[in-house]
Design a protein around this ligand. Structure first.
Ligand code: ZN
Length: 433
């Protein structure tokens, strides 16, 4: 089997891996880059808008994969998507519609939600839903998907076999989220005889985490809710389901009302149809704040009926202000935030629980909060495995070759793991067996 990492050997984001046998080709992940080609600044996703496949190929945004994109004669057998983060799926809209996309049900659902609420549109997917643990065939490849613990819902790793060669693609994963049991199970009973492990290393070279796991995050949120005397805001991605569960549990334990927006209510409702343990808009302690933007998006997508449903638990700003000592409200650093706090009297003494990657927290926003007397408490744990867990994972899978991917520090892999094989982007490599 031949392996070709189009992008991702020395960066986080923009992942695209190609696997080939004599007769078959598959692509694993097709993500938007997070950094510029020179890796010195954030990728400007606006450059994509309005461009043709040819222009995006020329710009190097689309990896050079022949037979993959619209307008080309399709000669790729399938695309596998590990999870619903843009840096893993964000270029799917350019894929030829005849090529099947293998994806988990939860990831397909989340991509559909992003299509409704965010400017990033993927459009209709030629999706084939992947069940975990069951082997499926694509041309000469045999593939097994494994559910993993990550901050994206229903994230997968893949074991990919062909002609006696076994490649394991970790995707993004961790051992400290709400699904840490999956990590422990994989380490205790790993797939055997792995010739090549492609393993993410997002946390290599980053500092220690203050909140070591999702349980610590839940405790941290609870402590804020217990000690606060004004409203608290939760700044978190509504697609980070583990985090929503942590916040909900903290609210339940402290008798706090968790005010979610329609976007969050919609996500939980969609996923709740399959996963019964996820908090819903009509569960105790949950209320829904309607914002026009979200309501319009839901209506445009043809789900008006849900607005009537969510209306049962609607909360207005007047009530939020009146009961503010007992409210945790989900929001983010966007144009809604100043509009909301204009209704909170006084707003001084309010707390923001900043529960996202600290890189998103700007000095401008910090200054704005300082002026308003709003304190910011960072309570977050990463979606990615810490080095200790990466080591345990690599040891357990014990691959003949370990290839770094999704990392800014591939040069450090050699110190941490055995059998490391460094590749460059676009360097073809025959996987030794
Ligand atoms: Zn991810």
């Amino acid at each position: 089997m031949q392996l070709l990492i189009h992008r991702g050997t020395k960066e986080i984001g923009g992942i695209c891996v190609e696997l080939m046998t004599g007769k078959s080709r598959i692509i694993v992940d097709l993500g938007i880059p997070l950094v510029s080609a020179r890796k010195d600044q954030p990728f400007d996703s606006k450059v994509i808008e309005g461009k043709t496949v040819k222009q995006l190929l020329d710009l190097g945004v689309l990896p050079a994969v022949n037979g993959l994109y619209r307008g080309d004669a399709p000669c790729v057998d399938a695309v596998l998507i590990s999870h619903s983060h843009l840096d893993h799926y964000g270029l799917l809209r350019y894929v030829h519609p005849d090529i099947s996309i293998f994806i988990s049900e939860g990831a397909r659902e989340m991509i559909g939600v992003s299509d409704i609420f965010t400017p990033h549109r993927t459009g209709a997917l030629n999706a084939r839903i992947v069940g975990c643990g069951k082997k499926f065939k694509v041309a000469e490849f045999e593939i097994t998907a494994f559910l993993v613990d990550h901050s994206a819902f229903d994230a997968l790793a893949f074991l990919i076999e062909a002609n006696g060669t076994r490649v394991f693609y970790s995707g993004d994963f961790r051992g400290h989220g709400r699904k840490s049991a999956l990590f422990k199970k994989m380490v205790a009973d790993p797939p055997r005889d792995i010739d090549c492990l492609l393993m993410e290393g997002s946390m290599i070279g980053r500092g220690e985490q203050i909140y070591k796991d999702e349980v610590a995050v839940e405790r941290g949120i609870r402590e804020v809710l217990e000690s606060k005397s004004n409203i608290a805001f939760l700044f978190a991605s509504s697609q980070n389901i583990d985090r929503l569960v942590s916040a909900y549990k903290a609210c339940r334990k402290t008798g706090t009302t968790f005010v979610i927006d329609l976007y969050t209510a919609f996500i939980l409702h969609r996923l709740g149809a399959k996963t019964k343990s996820l908090p819903q808009f009509n569960w105790p302690n949950v209320r829904v704040k309607f914002f026009k933007y979200h309501a319009d998006k839901i209506a445009e997508a043809g789900h008006e009926k849900l607005l009537y449903l969510f209306n049962q638990q609607k909360i207005e700003m007047e009530e939020i202000n009146r009961t503010k000592e007992n409210v945790l409200m989900i929001l983010r650093d966007n144009s809604l935030f100043p509009k909301v706090i204009a209704h909170i009297h006084p707003v001084g003494g309010a707390t923001i629980i900043y529960s996202m990657w600290e890189g998103y927290l700007t000095d401008k926003f910090k200054g704005y909060c300082r002026e308003k007397g709003i304190s910011i408490k960072q309570i977050h744990t990463s979606g990615h495995a810490i080095p200790k867990d990466l080591t345990a994972f690599a040891k357990a899978l014990n691959p003949r070759s370990l290839v770094p991917i999704h990392t800014f520090h591939s040069e450090r892999y050699g110190e941490l793991f055995d059998n490391v094989k460094l590749l460059e982007d676009e360097e073809p490599w025959e996987v030794p067996v």
